[in-house]
Design a protein around this ligand. Structure first.
Ligand code: FES
Length: 118
């Protein structure tokens, strides 16, 4: 008996060759994490940090919720970019992890000293 009665489809990560089966009612990222697999960077898992940004190379996905324009512009979305934690596969998917990885929470934050007020 399966934990996921929903159909599962194969998801593959182009750069690493990682593959896993993802239910069609869970996000690409949740499916990967459920199996303890790697390949897609994981962060907040709710659309807030953008580290799971991927480009869908083959196959198709549908949104589970809004994808923040702070992380995926309309132009990028038109080119297949999305957030792996915000979409579920509707058929087998091959994806590429976005090369623009950043650490918006903790890395890269540079304190800025305010100029003295006279
Ligand atoms: S893990 Fe943070 S936006 Fe997907």
């Amino acid at each position: 008996m399966s934990d996921h009665p929903c159909p599962q489809v194969r998801v593959s990560v182009a750069q690493t060759g990682d593959c896993f089966d993802c239910a069609t009612n869970e996000s690409l990222l949740a499916g990967m994490l459920r199996l303890g697999r790697k390949g897609i960077p994981a962060g907040c898992v709710n659309g807030g940090c953008g580290v799971c940004k991927v480009r869908i190379v083959e196959g198709s996905v549908q949104p589970l919720g809004p994808v923040s324009r702070a992380h995926v512009s309309a132009e990028e979305e038109a080119c297949g970019y999305t957030l792996a934690c915000r979409v579920t596969p509707t058929q087998a998917v091959r994806l590429e992890v976005s090369p623009k990885l950043r650490k918006p929470f903790w890395g890269g934050a540079t304190p800025v000293a305010a100029p003295p007020v006279n």
